[in-house]
Design a protein around this ligand. Sequence first.
Ligand SMILES: [Fe+2]
Length: 430
Amino acid sequence: MRELIAGELIAARERTARLTDCVEDHDLTAQHSPLMSPLVWDLAHIGNQEELWLLRNVAGRDPMHPEIDPLYDAFEHPRSERPTLPLLPPAEARAYAHEVRGRVLDLLEASPLEGTRLLTDGFAFGLIAQHEQQHDETMLITHQLRRGPVALTSPPPPAPVGADRLPPEVLVPAGPFTMGTDTEPWALDNERPAHQVELPAFRLDTTPVSNAAYQRFIADGGYDEPRWWTPEGWKHRLQAGLVAPLFWTEEGGQWLRRRFGVVEPVPPQEPVLHVSWYEADAYARWAGRRLPTEAEWEKAARFDPVSGRSRRFPWGDASPGPEHANLGQRHLQPAPVGSYPDGGSAHGARQLIGDVWEWTASDFLPYPGFRAWPYREYSEVFFGPEYKVLRGGSFAVAPVACRGTFRNWDYPIRRQIFSGFRTACSVEGD
Ligand SMILES: [Fe+2]
């Protein structure tokens, strides 16, 4: 367990370094979008949360620099305000995070992994490894929003074989399944507790919606037809002037997209990316379908009708490997639809984990029996109808921060995130 924890902490820090060493200091301190913090804020915030949870709460140590705590409290200053704060400059932010990490690795060697709820199964360490990886995804979004020379590169994902022969949708029969978890040691409070959910039969797209399919929606005037949109969605579509996914531009009748500083033709077979919930919902209605509920998504991803139990992942209980899913920023884009046959679910759906976060129809709400842990600000303060749930994780999510039970949430207007979707429909007569 100690080795596994150390490995996750080190992997997260290597990724943080890749994301922050590839640009000059002025790019770290600049604000590339009012939606995002300067990268240097994330860097010191990662160290500050690690110090708070592991050195202070677990080990009972005194704060190292109490004067900087308020600067890095995500609830005290909205992202747009953070560049005006007296933040640690890049070299000092790196040194602080490095100093904390050294002390944490010493603590990990000496500390029992039982006795308190924070220590049991290394929960607090797992929380911190996930937290750093979540900020790495946030920093990757900042890179996507940043203008300027290309800083990050990676090979494209491998092309799928026989994807054109896949059935367009899979059937998930009616019946109960276990949603959420009591047993996943590093699952966060909002994934708990496990509970039975009874669902009618439904059909779900085998893969996420592709750019080619989404372009048909655009070409068919989908952005000009209020009937496909909810009233709030249509209002937002007009106000924000939406005509296509974020980062898309049309030139000479061809759609181009900007991806980490590179402008390229929109690849037709890739899952559509950078769409808001409103756009996903409008597309689904145009297609004569709807977004899946969160429970439908999880049942399609986890339920094994043969054993009657819910798996950790669509393919089984094994942790994600490169053969299962496009995770961990191995590639800087989603894989073409129909990829990863070894990552398919019991019902035959593909790419439920990795590639793109998938919008669901559901509001972010607590499961029956929810208890906030280890702090209310992780999930509880966000519960309510203003947030929609996203599932499955994107290519930018690390395996440690990804599970069949993992829940993400955001405003329905958000689209700088790595968001896509798939559609569903109810089965007649059920
Ligand atoms: Fe954070």
